[in-house]
Design a protein around this ligand. Structure first.
Ligand SMILES: C[S@@+](CC[C@H](N)C(=O)[O-])C[C@H]1O[C@@H](n2cnc3c(N)ncnc32)[C@H](O)[C@@H]1O
Length: 163
């Protein structure tokens, strides 16, 4: 039986199907998920991460496994995305938006750079177990959807590094 994490990750991949073979933005790829897997199915993937070390790691992993259509850019948390509006056909964000200091601003930026009809596929992890459960919650208001809850945790993204 696959774990719920594995199922979520398969969902990340299958969610790109309507966008083939477009340009995909990966917000917060970490060490390359899902950019490096998604790259096989699309024209181009651009990953933006607030950690320079993570960006370097993504690029290193791409070289290591021979992925040539994925690039990675360092964008400090809180900065606007360095793209024109309507640049991307779709976007993925795996366990990243809830880690950013201002998730609503991030969503707004992703919306700006998506083409009309482009979709964002978000997955997020429960941070309840981290740091003594000191998370806070934000509620995102969509005009046409019920409230969505997103758990947010205060983190220092620039200082983080995957061991
Ligand atoms: C928990 S990791 C997830 C990495 C990967 N997507 C995965 O699922 O394995 C969160 C990533 O989001 C990045 N991140 C958090 N806030 C960000 C922001 N405001 N802008 C860009 N990247 C951000 C972090 O640097 C980190 O690489």
């Amino acid at each position: 039986m696959p774990s719920s994490r594995a199922i979520g990750r398969i969902g990340d991949l299958s969610s790109i199907t309507p966008w083939l073979p477009g340009r995909i933005l990966d917000f917060g790829p970490g060490d390359g998920w899902p950019s490096l897997e998604v790259a096989s199915f699309v024209e181009e993937v651009v990953g933006v991460d607030a950690s320079e070390r993570r960006v370097a790691e993504c690029a290193r992993n791409a070289r290591r496994i021979g992925v040539q259509n994925a690039s990675f850019i360092h964008v400090p948390a809180g900065n606007p995305l360095p793209f024109e509006k309507q640049t991307f056909d779709g976007s993925v964000a795996a366990s990243s938006i809830e880690n950013s200091p201002d998730p609503e601003a991030v969503l707004s930026e992703i919306f700006r750079v998506l083409r009309p009809g482009g979709c964002l596929r978000v997955s997020y992890e429960s941070l309840r177990r981290y740091r003594g459960g000191q998370e806070r919650e934000a509620y995102l208001n969509f005009d046409h959807l019920p409230h969505a809850a997103m758990v947010i945790h205060e983190r220092h993204i620039e200082e983080e590094w995957a061991r």
